[in-house]
Design a protein. Sequence first.
Length: 232
Amino acid sequence: MTQEPVSANRLLVALCAYFAVLLGVVLSAGVAYPDLVPLLPVGGNDVLEIADSGSADEPLFDGLDSAKTVAEAPLAADEIGLIALFLGFSLGGTVLVMLPVAWTYAAIKREIGYRKSFVRALIVLPIIAATTVLLIQDNLALAFGLAAMVAAVRFRVALQEAIDGIFIFAAICVGLAAGIGHLGVATVMALFFCVANALLWKIDFGKNPIDDLRLARKQAKLEVPPQFDEAM
C-alpha cells in the first residue's frame, strides 16, 4: 500500500493544529493542576536547586556551626518526586517539540529522499543534549570532561545537504532549552522553524533547474521495473 505524499498545505495545517493542541493541553493542565506549573520546563530549572539546598523551606547551612554538606543532606521523598517530575517533563517535552520538526524534515525531503535513521536521530538527539546540560550545569570540570569524551569518540555524521545540518542545530537547540528549563522558548522556535520550512517548500523558493534535472535523474534510477510493479 503506497503512502500518499504530504502536500505543503496539509503540512501547514497539521503543524498549526499540532501546536494549537499542544498549547491547549499545557494551558489546561496548568489551570487544572496549578501545583504542576513550577515543574514545567518553561521558566527555568529552579526545581533542581532543591538538590543544592537540601530543602526548599529550610536552608542547609544554618550558621557557621553546621557541619552538614550538600552530599550529606539526603533529599526527602517528595523532593525526589519533584525532581523526577521535572526531568520527565523536560525529556518528554523534547520529544513532543521535535515530532513536528521531524515531520517537516520528512515532508520537504520526500522527493529527494532521506535516511530513516536521520529522522529518528532528530527526535532522540535533544534528549541527549538536555541530559548533558542537566548533568553539567555550572560544573566546569564536567564540561571539559564531556569535550574530551566527544574528541575521543570522534563522532561524525555525513550530511547530504546543508538543510540537514540546520535541522541538527534545531534539535540541539531544543535539547539545550530543555536542559536549562526554557522549553517554552524552544517550542516557539520550533513553530516558526517548521512553518518557515513548509512555506519555503510550498513556494519552491530558490528553485534551480539544475537541481530539478538531478532529481529527475535520481528518480529515474529508483523507478521500479514494470515486471516487479505488476507482481506487486
